[in-house]
Design a protein around this ligand. Structure first.
Ligand SMILES: Cc1cc2nc3c(=O)[nH]c(=O)nc-3n(C[C@H](O)[C@H](O)[C@H](O)COP(=O)(O)OP(=O)(O)OC[C@H]3O[C@@H](n4cnc5c(N)ncnc54)[C@H](O)[C@@H]3O)c2cc1C
Length: 405
């Protein structure tokens, strides 16, 4: 049979692309190559329900095993793509096996940023994969000792929230930047969350770096901070960000810069090769953007599938993201401007509020909500429709924002 689409990476982006291709009537072969051995799974619960035990491994699956058979998707688990031979339209697996493609989709995601030092005793974890979550869960069950989380981003804070739930465990978050969530949220939202974590007993050190680790017989016992303090630690989790898996693309001569560069159709400079999800970087309003969220993985997958099936839909996202921490549902729609005005709707003390972000031209660019899921859904519609309330309308909880649509 003539070659069809080969997708490298079987996670949110890769599986959505395969599913959309079939739903659009694509009949050619689809092969999905996955370095991981598990049936493709939801990643967000790894730091939430799966870590607390509320979500079972079976409930993590993106699709049932039957789905791949029914949809004629050749899912090759535990296989790593090692090279792309663009001139031959082939992918070479680490086993030496070659897979022909007509169209190639790179959905290779990201991996945890490695610790820059060499002193890495046992007991230091990262969290990206099911196997990472499994080993962290096992270690947590083995010890009641203190946990130190390096990095106050979403994943680090979700873990802090999860580990602090039973109130027994000593949990500390170390953040080198002056505030938590410096990269992912406004200072207003990070302030709300900071105080919420403190009131739950999580200790947070901002503006503080880590210089190394203390260990006993090769196992971590402490974390050395830049201010000279040594924190006791039975478990350390490293959440210092991720780096895109772009090596395959780079070696194949495709332009990469903090991600595999793609156009509005998710195509690389080779029109037969697409890149989607966390591994891809694209231009939005003239700025390079690499999003790390499920929405982007799914939407880019749908765009790539539409182009492969000849529809040529382009990508104009309203990015959105969610996080659950210590009883707070945090949801962000849109992109927070570098400068502009932030308008508060509601009361931060009541645990239900929203921050409306306007750029310097008073155009609404993002809404961050706390425990307001209905407002978040509306925010996505308002941003997609490109309409802006006035600052007064945004601040007034009695003003019905639906009137703007
Ligand atoms: C703990 C955690 C919590 C999160 N919580 C949220 C959340 O609440 N909300 C949200 O929107 N997002 C969340 N995210 C982010 C979200 O999971 C990612 O945006 C999403 O997984 C991106 O999907 P992807 O398919 O692009 O890449 P990935 O999920 O990274 O998958 C890429 C896959 O490609 C495979 N691969 C890479 N190279 C090769 C190769 N050479 N050969 C074969 N296979 C290869 C990898 O092994 C991996 O399985 C969270 C992430 C983590 C880790």
């Amino acid at each position: 049979m003539a070659p069809g689409t080969v997708i490298i990476g079987a996670s949110h982006a890769g599986i959505q692309c395969a599913a959309t291709l079939r739903s659009k009537g694509y009949e050619a072969p689809i092969t999905v190559i996955s370095a991981e051995t598990q049936l493709p799974y939801h990643r967000p619960p790894l730091s939430k329900g799966y870590m607390t035990g509320e979500t079972s491994p079976e409930n993590l699956a993106l699709r049932s095993a039957d789905f791949y058979t029914t949809e004629r998707i050749d899912l090759r688990l535990g296989k790593k793509a090692a090279r792309i031979l663009r001139d031959k339209h082939q992918v070479v697996l680490s086993t030496g096996e070659k897979v022909d493609y007509k169209t190639l989709v790179l959905a290779t995601g990201t991996r945890p940023r490695p610790w820059p030092g060499n002193d890495m005793p046992h007991g230091i974890h990262t969290l990206r994969t099911f196997n990472d979550a499994q080993s962290l869960r096992t270690r947590i069950a083995e010890t009641s000792g203190p946990v130190v989380i390096i990095g106050g981003g979403y994943v680090g804070l979700e873990l802090a929230a999860t580990f602090r739930k039973d109130k027994q465990r000593d949990v500390t978050v170390i953040e080198a930047a002056p505030r938590i969530l410096a990269r992912a949220a406004s200072s207003h939202l990070s302030n709300v969350l900071h105080h919420h974590h403190l009131s739950a007993g999580v200790q947070i050190h901002t503006g503080t770096g880590v210089t190394g680790f203390e260990s006993h017989r090769g196992t971590v016992t402490g974390v050395r901070l830049t201010n000279g303090t040594v924190l006791d630690a039975a478990i350390v989790v490293m959440g210092i960000g991720v780096i895109p898996n772009q090596d395959l693309a780079e070696e194949a001569g495709l332009p990469c810069s903090n991600g595999i560069e793609v156009n509005a159709y998710c195509q690389t400079t080779d029109p037969d090769i697409f890149a989607i999800g966390d591994c891809s970087v694209f231009l939005m309003n003239g700025a390079a953007l690499r999003l790390e969220c499920v929405q982007n993985a799914h939407d880019q997958a749908r765009v790539a599938a539409s182009v492969i099936t000849g529809e040529h839909q382009s990508y104009h996202p309203v990015p959105w993201f969610w996080s659950d921490q210590l009883g707070l549902k945090l949801q962000t729609a849109g992109l927070i401007p570098h400068s502009g005005t932030c308008v508060l709707r509601g009361n931060t003390e009541e645990g239900r509020c929203a921050f409306f972000h306007f750029d310097t031209l008073s155009t609404l660019t993002a809404i961050e909500t706390v425990n307001q899921p209905a407002l978040h859904m509306l925010a996505r519609k308002i941003l997609a429709a490109n309409v802006s309330p006035t600052h007064e309308q945004a601040a007034d909880p009695l003003f019905n924002l639906k009137h703007l649509l």
